[in-house]
Every structure is written in C-alpha cells, then in structure tokens.
Design a protein around this ligand. Structure first.
Ligand code: AGP
Length: 594
C-alpha cells in the first residue's frame, strides 16, 4: 500500500505534490519521490520521509508533476527503488501503487529488447512498456502497456511536454480532485482535501486523461462519464477512512488483509518453507521467536506446527532467548516481527545466525533489518500499521504460519485440502463479526468500569487469552492478565471476585469440557464471566454472565475469529474510558532498544 499523487494546473506543482504526499504517509513512509515536467522530466527521490524530501529537493519549475510515498513490497527502501520510475530516455515517468505479478517475465523480455533496468522493483516495467509502444499518443501507449500487465495497479503517467497526465486503476484506489483550471490525482481523498472537495472516484478498468482544463475517462476504448462527489470529511477523518481511530480502521481491514496475504502466498510456486522436510536437512527443532503480540502469534504457530506436522516446536520470548548461554544446534527459528526492527528480536536472530541456525523471518516491512538478518523472509501483506496496538499484523502473521504449515508436506492430504478451503472462507467469517459489533460494544460498557480482568483459554487459544489481555491493558489501562485456564487454581484464584471479571475463550475442541469446569470454578469464586463461544453453543449460556458468539470454524482457525472479537472488546472498552487509543502512554510502535 503506497500513496500516489499528481497535479496539473497553473501553480508550481512541486510544493503541492509534497503537501499532498504528506497526507498519504499513513499508506507508506519508507521512501518517496517527485517528478516534474520542467523542460524535461526532473526527478528527486530518496529513502526519507516526505517532509525531509521537500526540504532537500532542488526547486523544479513546472506546473505538471507526479509524486509517490512508498510501502515497499518488491525491493527494499532505497533511493533507486523509490518512485517515480523512468523509461530508458527519461521522458516517461510513472508512479504506481499495487503489485505487478508478471513483472519478472516482462522485465526479462524487455531486457532482451534492449531496455536497461536499474531498480529491484516490479513497477519499473511500466515506463519501459509504455516506451515500447509510444508513438506520440501517451494514452494509447499506456493502454497497450496495461494490456500486458497482470496484478494490481493505480498509476499516474507523466511524459515530457505532453501537458496531460494518464491515470489508470485495477484493484487499487485512485481518485481525481476537480479544481478551478487545475486538477489533482491521488490514492485517497486526504491528499487533496486542502485544495478541493469535488472528487471523481475511478473504477477498476478505468483509464483517464487529465489536463488542467478537464478530465476524460474511458473503459475498453470507449468514453464514459463518472459522477463527481462532494467530500464532507476533514483530512484527519479521511486518513482514517471515516473511522474514529486507526486501530478500529485496522481491525476492519482484516478481511482484506487476510485475502491479500493468502492471495500473495498462493502465487508462490514453491512451499515457503517445507517444515515437513526439516529432518531431511538434519535440522531437529523449530522455535518461534518474537516479542509482545508477535510472540503470541508464535505461540499459536507452535500449536499449528505440532498439530499439522507432528513436529517438536516451541515458542521463545526473544529478550529471554538472547541470554541463553547455549543455542541448540540444528535449530530452525521462525522470527516474527511486524516492524522488523524490534531490538530484542533482532538480537536473538543474530545469536541464532552466529550459531549457524536457519532463521526465517515473518515481517510486515520489506527491507527491514530482520529481513536482512534472516536466511529467508516471508512478508505479511498487512500494509502500514499505524496504531501502536497491533491488530491486522497479528492476523496476517497467523496467515503466514498457517500457510507455511499447510503447504509443507503434510501426511494427511485430505485434511490439508479441507483446511485450505476453510482458510479461504476466513475473511467472510471475520466480516460477519465486524458486521455486528452491538453485543461487543454493550459488553465494553460493562467492562469499562473494572480495573482488573483475567483472560483464560486452553490449547491453541491459550495464546489468544494472552493477546486479548495485552490488547485490553495496552489501550484501556485496565490491569488484565491472560492465563492457561488450568493455571488459575495454582494461585491467581486468590485474585478472583466480583471486581475481577474473567473472559473465557472457549473452543469446541478437546479442551471444551475442561474449560467448562474452569468456568464453574471461577463462578464459584464470584467473578463475572464473559465467554467467547461458537454459534449454537447453548450449554455455556446457563453457566456464564454474558456470551460473545462467533461463526463456526475448524478449531485450528478459531484463534483468528476469537482475537478479532477481543480486539473489538479492548477497543470499545478503551473508548468508553476515553483513552488515547492509537497512541497509548509509555508505548512505541517499534521498540528499537533492548
Ligand atoms: C503490540 O500491540 C505491541 N505494539 C507490542 O507488543 C509489539 O507487538 C512488540 O513490540 C513487537 O513488535 P514487532 O512485531 O514489530 O517486533
């Protein structure tokens, strides 16, 4: 997810492009650039934030230009990989948001035809393809180029002395902002709201020619009209797409994130990592290594590997692991880190590499330090996660772990295909939870008056109890603790009572009966109980004070649905308590110190 912008009018384009890009940094901020038609295409780009680019960039004269702020997917953040990208002669510049899935084949062919590539990006094929077809008509050449491209794209094309911008979209958002003798193009409305509130939303397959005096749109070669809409949001509201907080927006992005992450992986021809074969490579044990929320994902990963691959796996807290005096040789480590920059996790990864262990990173940030330390990196496709409390990155990490295990050589292939089918239904089931939050918002009102809370779970949902507690304490400042349900009687029972509600994550698996017993024990000690259960579970109703019922799913996938419900409960409880949800006190999004 990147942010792209374009301007054509009578004012100097560069300062306008910079201010528009600043408002799109929530879409990606690892590098950026602009290109201005200034008596030839002038480009300035670098691996810096937009503000720094604006300060460092030479002042290019020109009233037509394009810009980009990046969230790297192909090629780490660098000056070379930053957009805009140019053709061989530097006369055509392109900014792009999306992924060109057939870029390797196109690049290979274009190189054979004499084109020279300088970056590691998928995007660079676009200006070269347009150049290949360019005979003076930029729109025609762009159309021909796009007919060869597979994948997703929103693009803006600038060419020397053409006094027009060509725009097109497929599976990536793009809007045109209508001004007075000037027009704006952007990935999203926050970018242009300072300049106009009149917007045209392009649809998939639309191709447009934008000049300072007008906009013409076509589809499959024939002209069409798109309605103009008036935007009523403020810039800040628009950055959150109308949600009050980035956290709620990111919780609601999870169906799309799960779909994108699975789509990305299913394009891979080779299993990401065939865990089923690690024994053949003389490797013996698998460890999941991480911190905070990512550590909880690792704990779920441990259950997935044990359950599906019958292999010994354990989860290690990175800050502890770094101080072990010895590392078991022949270990395969899966280091999980959203930011890819968490000092505790990086230190442990280096220790494992030094001990000649194989280290696989699961990270959300392309080019991050973790991806450079690891032998191999699996990227989650959650897009930028702005809210300090991690939500969509967690479910994307679970998708990476499910995919890795399920594409490894599993003996029970019938179960494997049944699980793959169910995995693809997950986005729809998560959407069902998001479409009906009433029960959860009501419970949040109830929870908001307590200062203490306990979360309990068993088996693959024990880490979900830990994660639910972490979410609540992080943003609502309620002192919440997660426990393996069987552990409560070994001490924490002493803290139970009317002032300590217990949230029980109850799965319909081999732990079900034991969970019912634990709930009865908790009730006997006067703690109110909220149970997260599967639809149709009447038994539990009679036992507890309130229930949150979720769609039926194979237990292996129940952590995904359960955590979405607990993210929402934490969010609405914190909201009831008036907490600064996106930027909670004393915390940072990426903890780069030990
Ligand atoms: C989660 O909501 C927190 N922000 C924190 O626990 C986080 O998960 C931890 O710092 C690890 O971060 P990472 O995934 O970027 O390595």
């Amino acid at each position: 997810m990147c942010g792209i912008v374009g301007y054509i009018g009578s004012k100097q384009a560069q300062p306008i492009l910079i201010s528009c890009l600043e408002k799109l940094e929530y879409r990606g901020y690892d590098s950026c650039g602009v290109a201005i038609d200034s008596d030839g295409i002038e480009v300035y780009k670098d691996a810096v934030r937009v503000k720094a680019l604006g300060e460092a960039s030479p002042r290019f004269k020109g009233t037509t230009g394009i810009g980009h702020t990046r969230w790297a997917t192909h090629g780490p953040p660098s000056q070379i990989n930053a957009h805009p990208h140019l053709d061989c002669n530097g006369n055509i510049a392109v900014v792009h948001n999306g992924i060109i899935s057939n870029s390797p084949e196109l690049k290979a062919r274009l190189i054979k035809e004499g084109h020279t590539f300088i970056s590691e990006t998928d995007t660079e094929v676009i200006p070269h393809l347009i150049e290949r077809y360019y005979k003076g008509d930029l729109k025609k050449a762009t159309e021909a180029a796009l007919s060869e491209i597979d994948g997703s794209y929103a693009i803006i094309v600038l060419a020397k002395d053409k006094h027009e911008l060509i725009v097109a979209r497929k599976d990536s958002p793009l809007i045109i902002g209508i001004g007075d003798r000037e027009n704006f193009i952007a990935s999203d409305v926050p970018a242009i709201l300072d300049h106009t509130d009149r917007v045209i939303y392009l649809e998939d397959g639309d191709l447009g020619v934008v000049t300072s005096s007008g906009v013409s749109i076509s589809r499959n070669g024939s002209g069409i009209k798109r309605a103009e809409q008036k935007i009523l949001w403020s810039v800040e509201e628009a950055q959150k797409a109308g949600y009050e907080h980035f956290m709620l927006k990111e919780i609601h992005e999870q169906p799309k994130v799960i779909r994108n992450t699975l789509a990305e992986y299913s394009r891979e021809t080779e299993p990401v990592l065939d865990l089923g074969k690690i024994r053949d490579t003389g490797r013996e044990s698998i460890i999941m290594l991480a911190s905070g929320t990512s550590y909880h994902a690792g704990m779920v990963g441990k259950y997935i590997v044990r359950e599906l691959l019958k292999l010994p796996a354990r989860a290690e807290i990175a800050s502890e692991f770094s101080y072990y005096t010895s590392v078991l040789p022949r270990t395969v480590a899966i280091a999980i880190t959203q930011s890819g920059e968490t000092a505790d996790t990086l230190k442990a990864m280096k220790k494992l590499r030094e001990a000649d262990c194989r280290v696989i990173a699961i990270t959300n940030v392309v080019g991050s330090t973790a991806s450079r330390i690891a032998n191999k990196t699996i990227y989650t496709r959650a897009g930028p996660e702005i809210s300090v409390a991690s939500t969509k990155a967690f479910t994307a990490q679970l998708m990476a772990l499910y995919w890795m295990a399920m594409t490894s050589s599993i003996t029970d292939t019938r179960r494997q295909s049944a699980l793959l089918t169910e995995l693809r239904q997950l986005p729809g089931k998560v959407q069902q939870i998001l479409d009906d939050e009433t029960g959860i918002t009501e419970l949040a009102k109830y929870m908001s008056k307590y200062e203490h809370a306990f979360f309990i779970g068993r088996g693959i949902n024990y880490p979900i109890a830990l994660e639910g507690a972490l979410k609540l304490k992080e943003i609502s400042y309620i002192h919440a603790e997660g426990y393996a349900a069987g552990e409560l009687k070994h001490g924490p029972f002493a803290l139970l009572g009317e002032q300590s509600p217990v949230i029980a994550v109850v799965a319909r698996d081999n732990t079900y009966e034991a969970m019912l017993t634990n709930i009865k024990e908790v009730k006997a000690r006067k703690s109110p109980v909220i149970a997260i259960v599967e639809q149709g579970d009447e038994d539990i109703d009679k036992l507890v004070d309130s229930v949150i019922t979720l769609p039926k799913v194979d237990t292996l996938f129940s952590p995904v649905l359960n955590i979405v419900a607990l993210q929402l409960l934490a969010y609405y409880t914190a909201k009831e308590r008036g907490c600064p949800i996106d930027y909670p006190r004393n915390l940072a999004k990426s903890v780069t110190v030990e």
